[in-house]
Design a protein around this ligand. Structure first.
Ligand SMILES: [Zn+2]
Length: 177
């Protein structure tokens, strides 16, 4: 299950002059591309949203439980207004994550590293969509819109495609084992 963050009334982060589109649009594009790659590899993909609508966090977690998915991956981009030098991709798992979630995050981070994308590794967090359902789960923060280099990269369709390919590769490797 792929979960593009935010949507509809909730634009997500969008520091001024950072990118052409807000977080909700960037992450939908990345998630859809991940989904297309996985479907081409015969992975069954369910999305929490495929358009500019806002499922609540509760709805997303209910969808995750009902899906019985092998893995739930939420896609976001980050912002650190007080530290504009912060850059790179982070994988978040729940503070009390299972070893399965941990392994999924490791697979995704390894694939990002192989494709030369800067990563800040795996963090443990208390996000709703990691905590409030039973499926293995990872939340990707795909770079910082407050960092000029990350924002320029995320504004570029070719970079978003590269990011999506790497995340899809990591998910594929996780599912294969
Ligand atoms: Zn977000």
């Amino acid at each position: 299950m792929l979960d593009p963050g935010h949507g509809g009334k909730d634009a997500g982060t969008w520091p001024r002059h950072s990118t052409t589109y807000p977080e909700k649009t960037l992450v939908l594009d990345i998630a859809k591309q991940i989904g297309q790659i996985l479907v081409a590899r015969n992975v069954r993909v369910i999305m929490t949203r495929t358009s500019d609508v806002y499922p609540s966090l509760e709805q997303r977690s209910v969808m995750a439980d009902r899906s019985g998915a092998d893995l739930f991956v939420s896609i976001h981009v980050n912002s650190a207004p007080r530290n504009r030098s912060a850059s790179g991709v982070e994988a978040h798992i729940y503070s009390q994550a299972t070893s399965t979630s941990s392994r999924a995050a490791q697979c995704i981070v390894a694939a990002l590293k192989r494709s030369g994308i800067e990563t800040r590794g795996i963090r443990r967090s208390d996000f709703h969509v990691l905590r409030e359902h039973s499926r293995p789960a990872v939340l990707m923060e795909c770079g910082f819109l407050t960092n000029p280099q990350d924002a320029a990269a995320l504004d570029n369709g070719a970079y978003r495609a590269k990011l999506a390919a790497a995340i899809a590769e990591g998910i594929t490797n996780f599912l294969a084992r």
